[in-house]
Design a protein around this ligand. Structure first.
Ligand code: 13P
Length: 289
């Protein structure tokens, strides 16, 4: 089927209480592994790209890969732009077929963040494209932006209400998770998440999924996190699987380590989708549309 917006996908997930995995891809092989994983267990899936990845390959190339992969599968696939601070990049991606975008103005003052988010909604609404916005500051490194522990701060639930009234596909509240591997167990602000959850039916995005415990995932999903982001784990399996294959076989046939890389990533994506409760939800979604 064609690529779809993540908006109805995430509304269905929040209603039914499961999470849709959102996996950052870096090339065609990783994109193919994510889509095939979802297909194998009949799950909806979000394929997301960082701005850095868009700049590396160019938006038309990535849009073309994903359109082709989605058309060949029967599970719903959304193509999402992760953490984008620039309107021109959003417009480029929309022209190349992205069906969802994140405007990340979380480092701006509250009013500016809200205004920019509304501006993106004005552009995307007529196109049926889903929008994600963030409030608070999620720690760690994403693309080339580093948010130190001292600068990371939690979402303010009162201010978050203004975002949850917008027609967003998903809202990303900073609740104490961080991008990258955790050096110690993160302190998750479940109290704030619960306050948000009780006040809105808006689905939430859980950033910094790599390294979170199953208990954290399950509690966050119960409290409305319908989009679960995984990037760092896949970056590691992308590199490690290729290198380990070569170290073991010492061959110079690139398609073989690429095959090993595909298998490892697909396996890990299947595990994550199962953990978030997405298995078998692709057809459900079809019925709800
Ligand atoms: P991790 O890199 O920690 O998995 O976080 C991914 C993410 O939130 C992307 O926006």
């Amino acid at each position: 089927m064609p690529l779809i917006s993540m908006k109805p996908m995430l509304a269905a997930a929040r209603r039914a209480g499961y999470g849709v995995g959102a996996f950052n891809i870096v090339d065609y092989n990783s994109a193919r592994a994510v889509v095939r994983a979802a297909e194998e267990i009949r799950a909806p899936v979000i394929v997301q790209t960082s701005v850095k990845t868009v700049k590396f390959w160019g938006a038309p190339a990535i849009g073309g890969w994903l359109r082709e992969l989605a058309e060949k599968t029967r599970v719903p696939v959304a193509l999402h732009l992760d953490h984008c601070t620039r309107l021109d990049v959003i417009v480029q991606c929309l022209a190349a077929g992205w069906t969802s975008v994140m405007i990340d103005a979380s480092d701006k003052p509250f009013e500016e963040n809200l205004t920019l988010t509304k501006k993106v909604l004005e552009i995307t609404e007529p196109l049926g494209v889903g929008v994600e916005a963030e409030l608070g500051a999620i720690g760690g490194v994403e693309d080339d932006r580093k948010v130190s522990d001292a600068d990371a701060h939690l979402v303010d639930p009162e201010r978050a209400a203004a975002f949850c009234e917008l027609p967003l596909a998903v809202f990303a509240p900073a609740i104490g998770t961080a991008h990258g591997y955790y050096k110690s167990a993160p302190k998750i602000a479940f109290d704030r998440l619960e306050t948000l959850f009780r006040g809105t039916s808006m689905p939430f995005a859980l950033h910094g999924g790599t390294g979170l415990s199953d208990e954290v995932f399950q509690r966050c999903i119960q409290l409305g996190c319908a989009k679960i982001n995984i990037s760092t784990q896949l970056k590691h399996s992308f590199i490690d699987s290729f290198v380990e294959y070569h170290q073991a076989k010492k061959e110079y046939e690139p398609l073989k380590p690429l095959g090993a890389q595909f298998d490892r990533m697909k396996h890990e994506v299947i595990e994550k989708i199962r953990q978030f409760g997405g298995e078998g939800r692709g057809p459900d979604y079809e019925l709800e549309r």
